[in-house]
Write a protein of this length. Structure first.
Length: 414
């Protein structure tokens, strides 16, 4: 095989691959003019050296929340630098999916402020805040702390209360919380809300027309001319619009369709390539999400899958009691100690926030009461395949486990 010929002779339809990156912030934002105008009305004070209000932003995944916030913060810094405005302004971004605990988030804020990785493991939480005050004092001026996916924080009340009340001379700390969960603010204690006094902004889902406009802009910037066949952008936009207007899905789907076309040596991306890309995309999303989960979260997801395979589910979903029985036995097979049912429920809520499961309650009348049921957000087979790739689960005997699970549940219920 001639590797050079394989590389140089391959069909390439991408002009700028970065345009389709999840971290790419475009030069102009489409379909969010109203939200940009509203956010700027609150953030404009920083170019005058004044603090802005604390803000909470809601919206479904892929509704442009993070992109708009990062775009505006980038432009604010650019205006200050290019116009030579004599103010100190520093935005800090923390993705709470990766840093969930109070200590981890503070550590990340300090690292961002100092421009180098710092660790405070083993220290008391009061020492964390002392280091944060030192870092804020060094920076000075206005500091905007963006807490993205804030609904995934393990203890939001303590962190938000302390950050909103932190005092450093000649320094103002302002917060922007971005949440996929609409009930995020209702989960906060009254003392926290009183201290934050947040402005609330809602990002609605994109329409199919909005998504098509976004995709045309990305295609123009990132693909060679004439790379797309008629109907490709419209189909990608329509599919993403059905997923509650998810721009992230629309962009990723178009990118995957281009890669499928390239692999086939095609000169153009067609509607057929989009349909093939949809299967690839959905499998990849599940795999990427599942493989990064902690061990016990994987065990819980697997418990729901195995209950489905064991026939322990109805149209409404899998009963949480059955899933917990399966979870405990999965832990036994893996040689780890299971958590209590209460902690199991906490983990389940975290999986719900990650949009991997849905949880609902069913009423069975006065005598039988209510039952919590779990529904998977995705194909059970794809989810199981993703977990099988994890090293701790590679030797798991699923078929035998499913048979034993049926017997165990029937014995308990009898």
């Amino acid at each position: 095989m001639d590797l050079k010929e394989l590389i140089m002779g391959s069909k390439v339809l991408f002009k700028d691959f970065e345009v389709f990156s999840e971290n790419y912030i475009p030069e102009r934002i489409l379909g969010r003019e109203e939200q940009i105008r509203e956010l700027v009305s609150y953030l404009k004070y920083v170019v005058r050296g004044q603090p802005h209000s604390n803000i909470v932003i809601y919206g479904k995944s892929g509704s442009g929340k993070s992109t708009v916030v990062l775009y505006i913060l980038r432009e604010l810094r650019k205006i200050i630098a290019e116009d030579g405005i004599d103010v100190r302004y520093r935005p800090v971004y923390v993705l709470c999916r990766d840093y969930r605990s109070e200590g981890q988030i503070i550590e990340q804020i300090v690292s961002d402020l100092r421009g180098e990785r710092v660790t405070f493991k083993g220290w008391s939480i009061s020492s964390y805040y002392e280091k944060l005050r030192d870092a804020l004092s060094e920076v000075g001026g206005v500091v905007t702390v963006v807490l993205d996916e804030a609904n995934l924080m393990s203890k939001p009340n303590e962190l938000l209360y302390n950050l909103s009340r932190i005092y450093v001379p000649k320094t103002f700390v302002c917060l922007i919380c971005i949440s996929n969960a609409v009930d995020f603010i209702r989960s906060l204690e009254s003392r926290v809300l009183s201290s934050l006094q947040p402005i609330q902004i809602v990002f609605p889902p994109y329409t199919a027309e909005d998504l098509a406009e976004i995709l045309r802009d990305r295609a123009q910037r990132g693909l060679v001319e004439g790379a797309l066949d008629e109907g490709v952008i419209e189909l990608c936009a329509a599919i993403a619009a059905q997923s509650e207007g998810d721009a992230r899905k629309a962009i990723a789907l178009l990118k995957t369709a281009v890669q499928v076309a390239e692999n086939e040596g095609s000169d153009k991306v067609t509607v057929k390539h989009v349909k093939e890309a949809l299967e690839v995309y959905e499998k990849d999303v599940v795999r990427q999400t599942i493989t990064t989960l902690p061990l016990h979260h994987k065990a819980i997801i697997l418990s729901v899958v195995l209950c489905i395979e064991a026939g322990l589910h109805g149209s409404a979903g899998v009963r949480s009691g059955h899933a917990y029985i399966a979870y405990k036995n999965i832990c036994r097979v893996l040689g780890i100690d299971p958590y209590t049912q209460r902690r199991f429920t906490d983990f389940l809520n975290e999986l719900k926030e990650l949009e991997l499961v849905r949880v609902r309650y069913l009423s069975y009348g006065k005598r039988k009461g209510r039952a919590k049921v779990i529904l998977l957000e995705g194909n059970p087979s794809s989810i199981k395949d993703a977990i099988i790739e994890s090293e701790r689960f590679s030797g798991f005997d699923y078929q035998t486990f499913v048979k034993e699970l049926r017997k165990l549940v029937s014995t308990i219920e009898d």
